[in-house]
Design a protein around this ligand. Structure first.
Ligand code: NDP
Length: 273
């Protein structure tokens, strides 16, 4: 991880006189892998007291042992799990709504309703549940920040992706609406919308464990984004001075000019989805 000199006062644009130490509590959902795990590591290095949540507690506990974060079980699709989690967190200044994912790549004609239900529940309703539960303490902190992990799938559509793009468009609408509703309150709202990020599990989950289909997503792409790239974006957004609200940060790998235009250098055609 690249935390280098970030905690020196000169590099503390949010005005923390202690140079980043003791920045308050940051909650990261979906921290058991990928972007959430990298974000938790990065925010801990930045000086936040990090609380991490996901369903796989064993993975969270390993991360907690390495970073000093506090690990708590969390299922963002369950009202009671979110309520227990929020109660255990106590005060909170930053909430990173990262838990989410895609399931399936079937066209609408053969889409599975249950896949769409899962995607809406985890991406949209999960963000809603977490934000509702922690909003009082974010407001009470006097400088709260809600970060929402959207996607370029929330800015455009692609064939076979309607369930996921609909969910991420929903996430984008939630972020924009929340910012309007919080006008006058000390809480910033940032949507980060990554393009292709090569994480261990995202495509494996999408293709239900089919490794060859998951690998094909990244075939021939010189440098997809990494989880650390997105953690860097989160870190930058939440360490701006409190009056600076980064509304939307769209970030793609150089090789991905648009959702449907990915530069690939291939020896042979990639397997079709
Ligand atoms: P991963 O599959 O690696 O991570 C998803 C995380 O979400 C896991 O930690 C998982 O933990 C957690 N999660 C899933 N369901 C739940 C649940 N019900 N309750 C709590 N946590 C849950 O994917 P990425 O790291 O790649 O993706 C993270 C976010 O970034 C997602 O919102 C994704 O949509 C978004 N994104 C990803 C991109 C990519 O190309 N990878 C591009 C753009 C956006 P557990 O299973 O332990 O609960």
């Amino acid at each position: 991880m690249t935390n280098g000199t970030q905690n020196s006062p000169q590099n503390s644009p949010d005005g923390d006189p202690r140079g980043g130490a003791g920045r308050g509590t940051a909650v990261v959902t979906g921290a058991s892998s990928g972007i959430g795990e990298a974000t938790a590591r990065r925010l801990a290095a930045d000086g936040f007291d990090v609380v991490i949540g996901a369903r796989r507690l064993d993975r969270l506990e390993r991360l907690a042992a390495e970073t000093g974060a506090r690990a708590l079980p969390l299922d963002v699709t369950s009202d009671s799990s979110v309520a227990e989690f929020a109660e255990a967190v106590g005060g909170c200044r930053v909430l990173v709504n990262n838990a989410g994912g895609a399931l399936g790549l079937e066209p609408i004609a053969s889409a599975r309703v249950e896949d769409w239900q899962w995607m809406y529940d985890v991406n949209v309703l999960g963000t809603l549940r977490m934000t509702k539960a922690l909003l009082p303490s974010l407001v009470g902190s006097g400088r709260g920040h809600v970060v929402i992990m959207g996607s370029t799938a929330g800015r455009g559509v692609y064939e076979g992706g309607a369930g996921y793009t609909a969910a991420k468009h929903g996430v984008a609408a939630l972020a924009e609406t929340l910012r309007l509703e919080l006008s006058g309150q000390p809480v910033r709202v940032t949507e980060i919308a990554p393009g292709m990020v090569r994480t261990e599990e995202f495509s494996l989950v999408r293709f239900r464990g089919d490794e060859s289909r998951a690998d094909a997503v990244y075939a021939g792409v010189a440098e997809p984004l990494t989880a650390d790239d997105i953690a860097d974006c989160v870190s930058w957004c939440v360490t701006r001075p409190p009056h600076v609200d980064v509304d939307l940060l769209v970030v793609r790998p150089l090789a991905q000019a648009a959702q449907h235009k990915v530069h690939r250098v291939l020896d042979r055609e990639p397997p079709r989805h």
